[in-house]
Design a protein around this ligand. Structure first.
Ligand code: NAI
Length: 304
């Protein structure tokens, strides 16, 4: 079957593409005609060391499949260098998949500032630096597709991952703002929260899960989000083992206190404030909140 969603003349950067999920994305994009910057610093799971081997091997593989790719070994913390490499080799940048990542898991009581800083620097600041350097090119060409990689740990929290969960939820914050700032330039940004077998999950998933949750089951969603036909913007998707689901904010009907009120009043209506059985809504901007507040104020005004 011919692959209809092509990426001819598109340039994609996949960070952390030396292994795991990033490798699978890079292979697929190249197969569909994209010119790919295969970025990988070649570090250990905890972010130590450096090696060019993983990126080099993948570039060789892409080329032997007839694709176009260059290796890049810069850390995403130096994201501007990755963008420079893309521009120098291919003259443009259309797609960024912010995928590079490390883990430094330890309970908050034992977490050092170094554990915190390293994880935030790679996942969150790295994504920002890369996007910032690419932004002017994407704005000028009025085109861009950015995919940020979150995690269930970011969405729900996870024991031993204060640093990682903060970075991962922060990435969706970045997505939501980039979606708003980029929309008029046809720059679309979305977030995925994947689960897939990789060295990151080798001691978390059972062997059965490792077989079921292969990276290739995440690839189709990322490929579609990276394509010009996809106009989704600001979305958040969980994706694993063939499942794709969208997440959004949900708000309870809530309660309103006209005039002054006290902590005792809050206590009295606590369950009502958090009751999701009633008239829920799905806010996506501050204006949604303010409209709701104004409606309550209007309703509670004394009738003349
Ligand atoms: P992986 O460990 O196989 O791949 C991560 C790659 O990033 C490695 O090749 C590493 O060398 C590279 N890297 C690390 N620091 C870098 C830096 N500063 N600059 C450039 N490259 C760097 O991990 P996996 O599982 O493929 O993860 C990919 C992304 O997906 C990560 O952001 C991870 O947090 C996220 N994720 C993965 C999940 C899973 O189930 N595998 C679950 C949730 C999120």
């Amino acid at each position: 079957m011919a692959l209809k969603l092509r990426f001819d003349n598109r340039v994609a950067i996949v960070t952390g593409a030396g292994g795991g999920l990033g490798r699978a994305y890079a292979l697929e994009l190249a197969k569909r005609g994209a010119k790919v910057v295969v970025n990988d610093l070649g570090v250990s799971r905890t972010g130590e060391g450096a090696s060019s081997k993983a990126a080099d091997l993948l570039v060789e593989e892409i080329k032997s499949n007839g694709g176009v790719a260059i290796p890049n070994y810069d850390s995403v913390e130096q994201g501007h260098k990755i963008i420079e490499a893309a521009i120098k080799a291919f003259g443009r940048i259309d797609i960024i998949i912010n995928n590079a990542g490390i883990l430094r898991d330890v309970s908050v009581q034992k977490m050092t500032e170094k554990d915190w800083d390293m994880v935030i620097a790679v996942h969150l600041k790295g994504a920002f630096i890369l996007v910032k350097a690419a932004w002017k090119y994407m704005r000028e060409q009025k085109y861009g597709r950015i995919i940020n990689t979150s995690s269930s740990s970011g969405l729900y929290g996870n024991f031993g991952q204060a640093n990682y969960s903060t970075a991962k939820l922060g990435l969706h914050g970045l997505t939501q703002t980039l979606a708003k700032e980029g929309d008029k330039y046809n720059i679309k940004c979305n977030t995925i929260a994947p689960s897939a077998a990789s060295r990151m999950t080798q001691d978390i998933f059972t062997p059965d899960l490792h077989e079921l949750l292969v990276p290739e089951k995440v690839v189709p969603l990322v490929t579609y989000l990276a394509h010009e036909n996809c106009n989704e913007n600001g979305g958040l998707y969980e994706v694993a083992g063939g499942y794709i689901g969208k997440l959004r904010w949900q708000r309870s009907q809530g309660v309103f206190y006209p005039g002054t009120f006290t902590a005792e009043d809050v206590k009295a209506k606590w369950n009502e404030a958090g009751n999701f059985d009633g008239n829920n809504d799905y806010p996506s901007a501050l204006t949604d909140t303010l409209q709701k507040v104004m409606k309550f104020i209007e309703i509670s005004k004394p009738k003349l």
